[in-house]
Unconditional design. Structure first.
Length: 495
């Protein structure tokens, strides 16, 4: 918008300097038409007026230039040249080291046990949906239990919905009363309670924030997912972004101590809209320079963003049908997926992934240089259903043995394949063999000399030969319940 405005201003200046040309190009209502209308026509001018006109033109030029430079500089160009702060770069490294996070979708929609899209899927009206908060009273919500479960699962951070597409703030917001404190019998701010517990237990907390809003009338013009839910056919988009959204983000970045970052979603609803991203991103980085901006817009990263996400896919895949296959080689990567098939609590979804599937997923993410953000949807009473708890605990158990091959690693030197992946850290390469049943396994050449190889399962040595054309490992056959045979290669230091 700023650029369009800038262009319009430049056209206005040209129009002002050349009245004849402006008559041909200006149109009523456009910026150029507006400036042109202010200008007297040549036939009406005296010599004095001519001088005045010249001064006015120069003045308009200076003002326009200032406006363009100020706005473009602050909103577009400054972000185009975004240089992450040292704190931000450190936070990116820590984020990559963390590898495994807990995603939590929890909102008033949880009451209906039909996922977080129920407002849309049942084509409810705003008036109907307004009743839901009246039933949201999570008497068994216990932040200590949630954070302890994340830790038991080996997860190092939590990303929770501060508000989803229903626009309902699950935190104490002064920007609007459409929030948990003012509209529910619970009356408390669970994000505050959770943030305090996370700080106590040393877990980073990120806030999911939906840019898409099915409730606020100023989310207008509406996007691809809109339906007639009783909102008026008018609204102020700028107010929605600059006052409402940025106002809430300011609250989230001010009232909850240091947070890990903001996880944006929903921009895909209006792909061609001006989302004032530069303004929003600048606000976040100004309030908390270390906070990471993690946008789930399914596109290549834009200036100001700190992490690239992939929804229900590993980086570079697009089985979900909406991910980009271009993968940043600059930014940390994060793949998110669900423990069953749903994000928000779904009472009818029993397609739970087994611990083995979850472990494979985590290994594949790590081997693709990515984190895994694994979702659970707690119940409306605040409890996490036992099917989630037992599976997460099993993954945590597995990680207590294999964590060294995941945490703090980066994608390894060998391209991931059907057989598995590699990760690496310092002078160790972890060969994660997920599917290989023959006794010998060959991998491409590795630059450094391999000085030792052993199986992570029992520390038993693994025979190997290293030649210029590759390394051959004599791998143990998989045990029946072995998800991932990890062979640790120790490399000689390079000279
Ligand atoms: O919060 C969870 C979901 O509710 C949310 N993101 C995760 C983390 C999500 N909403 N929608 N989607 C995920 C799938 C997006 C589907 C899309 Fe489309 C396909 C977006 C654009 C093309 C559906 C069809 C919406 C517009 C057209």
């Amino acid at each position: 918008m700023i650029l369009r405005f800038g262009l319009a201003m430049i056209r206005a200046i040209i129009a002002a300097l050349s009245p004849a040309a402006s008559q041909a190009t200006s149109s009523p209502g456009s910026a150029s038409g507006f400036v042109n209308n202010l200008m007297p026509q040549p036939s009406q001018l005296s010599a004095q007026e001519d001088t005045w006109r010249f001064a006015a033109k120069r003045c308009a030029l200076a003002v326009a230039f200032l406006i363009v430079v100020t706005f473009a500089g602050r909103n577009s160009l400054a972000q185009a040249n975004y240089q992450p702060s040292p704190e931000n770069l450190k936070a990116r490294q820590e984020f990559q080291n963390a590898k495994f996070g807990m995603f939590i979708h929890w909102g008033v929609y949880s009451v209906l046990g039909s996922g977080e899209w129920v407002f849309h899927d049942r084509a409810l009206t705003v008036d109907e949906y307004n009743r839901l908060p009246l039933f949201f009273d999570p008497e068994n919500f216990d932040a200590k239990t949630w954070v302890a479960l994340a830790k038991a699962a080996g997860m190092k951070y939590i990303t929770i919905t501060s508000r989803h597409h229903d626009g309902f703030a699950m935190f104490n917001s002064k920007v609007s009363d459409w929030n948990i404190v003012q509209r529910t019998p619970y009356k408390k701010d669970p994000l505050k309670i959770l943030a305090e517990e996370c700080h106590r237990q040393g877990i980073k907390l990120f806030f999911y924030y939906s840019q898409l809003d099915w409730h606020n009338p100023n989310y207008y013009p509406r996007g691809a997912t809109s339906w007639d839910n009783g909102r008026p056919n008018r609204g102020d988009w700028n107010l929605y972004l600059d006052d409402y959204m940025d106002g809430q983000l300011r609250e989230l970045l001010t009232n909850y101590g240091p947070i890990g970052g903001i996880w944006f979603d929903g921009m895909w609803d209006k792909p061609d809209a001006d989302w004032h991203l530069a303004r929003t991103y600048a606000l976040i980085h100004e309030l908390q320079p270390a906070a990471l901006i993690i946008p789930n817009h399914h596109q290549s990263p834009k200036p100001g963003e700190d992490v690239q996400t992939f929804e229900r896919d590993l980086p570079g895949q697009n089985t979900a049908g909406f991910n980009t296959t271009s993968v940043s080689n600059q930014l940390p990567l994060e793949s998110c997926d669900t423990l069953n098939g749903s994000w928000g609590f779904n009472i009818a979804d029993s397609k739970y992934k087994s611990p083995a599937e979850l472990e494979r997923r985590l290994v594949q993410a790590a081997g693709n240089n990515s984190n895994l953000l694994l979702n659970i949807g707690p119940m409306p009473n605040g409890e996490i259903q036992p099917e989630f708890v037992t599976r997460l605990q099993a993954v945590g158990e597995w990680l207590s043995n294999y964590g060294d091959s995941i945490y703090g690693t980066r994608g390894g030197p060998i391209a991931p394949g059907e057989w598995g992946v590699t990760t690496q850290k310092d002078n160790k390469i972890y060969v994660h063999i997920l599917s290989w049943h023959a006794p010998l396994f060959a991998i491409p050449p590795i630059a450094n000399k391999v000085v030792e190889a052993h199986s992570m399962l029992d520390a038993s040595p693994v025979e190997f030969t290293q030649k210029s054309d590759g390394v051959v490992l004599k791998v143990p056959l998989p045990k029946s319940d072995e998800v991932d045979r990890v062979i640790v290669l120790t490399l000689a230091a390079s000279h």
